[in-house]
Design a protein around this ligand. Structure first.
Ligand code: ADP
Ligand code: MG
Length: 285
């Protein structure tokens, strides 16, 4: 009689869709026998493995849906190299409460100071917490919405952009938007504001220069800022580009006279690159 049920166990797990438990059944049963587990310990252990694996798969799907261009983690951010950032503030943001409460985060600063790194790392954290995040650059967002508009599906696309708990809009102000693109970006900001959905936005432009971001429309820029900053944390990152610092360090090592030939291979920044990466103060209001 008992052996009948022993044979039924794997088939039952499979038909219930408990694939991980099915896969671990034999090994776990052996472990349970050798370690004299109670029946409930055995069942709890087997089901815990199933739940853990489902959680891991759900996070992986969320990370894929988020469309991060690459993955970055807060653990890899060198806070010592960036003293203008309050670590405690980032730790608070990493709890995900801001996204759950629909508050925004604006990261301002010159190129290379870690804006995108922090935005992605926070998005990854949100996905790991089981909430949905979506990453886009401002220009990609504008192009996607322009296409949707031309194909009469703007309404649906805007709805999709309101759905995730967190929308990351990277590189606002890097590329000039035309007036249609600017008004589409404005609509996304309005829709998310109305539904109290969080945005993480990065920009190299000070708020005072945001008219340029919105195709020279100062009224639209100020209306967008009004909504964005209503419930927002603004982090103003100052300092030198991390890449430039790294390069400087590499150059210093590579010009070591005891290592001939090394300095020729090292990439020296051109004057334009240096100028691009040079410290520019971006002031938040
Ligand atoms: P930004 O978006 O501000 O232009 P990024 O986030 O793209 O800058 O940073 C440029 C590169 O330098 C990335 O590879 C990023 O991971 C790295 N980086 C920047 N700041 C830091 C930091 N403080 N610690 C570790 N890596 C950093
Ligand atoms: Mg960036």
């Amino acid at each position: 009689m008992s052996s009948l049920y022993e044979h039924k166990a794997p088939a039952a797990l499979e038909s219930l869709g408990l694939k991980t438990a099915h896969g671990q059944l034999d090994q776990t049963a052996q472990q349970a026998a050798s370690q004299q587990w109670s029946y409930t310990h055995f069942l709890g252990y087997l089901l815990d493995g199933e739940i853990e694996e489902r959680r891991r798969r759900a996070v992986e799907i969320s990370l894929q849906l988020a469309r991060f261009p690459y993955r970055k983690r807060l653990e890899d951010f060198d806070f010592a190299a960036q003293p203008s950032i309050d670590r405690r503030l980032i730790d608070e943001l990493a709890t995900g409460r801001f996204a759950a409460e629909g508050r925004n985060l604006v990261l301002l600063g010159p190129p290379g100071v870690g804006k995108t790194h922090l935005a992605i790392a926070l998005g990854v954290r949100i996905a790991e917490l089981g909430q949905r995040a979506y990453f886009t650059t401002a220009i990609d967002l504008a192009r996607k919405l322009t296409r949707a508009n031309a194909e009469n599906r703007l309404h649906r696309e805007l709805k999709n952009l309101v759905r995730p708990s967190l929308l990351i809009i990277d590189e606002v102000g890097y590329l000039t938007l035309d007036s249609t693109q600017a008004s589409l970006l404005f609509q996304v900001i309005c829709e998310r504001y109305e539904k109290q959905r969080a945005i993480v936005l990065t920009s190299n432009k000070a708020f005072a220069d945001w008219a340029q971001v919105f195709a020279a429309d100062a009224v639209m820029a100020s209306a967008a800022l009004d909504r964005l900053l209503h419930r927002a944390t603004v982090i103003n990152i100052r300092g030198e580009s991390y890449r430039l610092k790294d390069r400087k360090k590499a150059n210093a090592t590579n010009t070591d006279p005891t290592r001939p030939g090394q300095s020729k291979r090292a990439h020296k920044p051109t004057p334009t690159e240096v100028e691009d990466d040079a410290e520019k103060e971006v002031s938040a209001e």
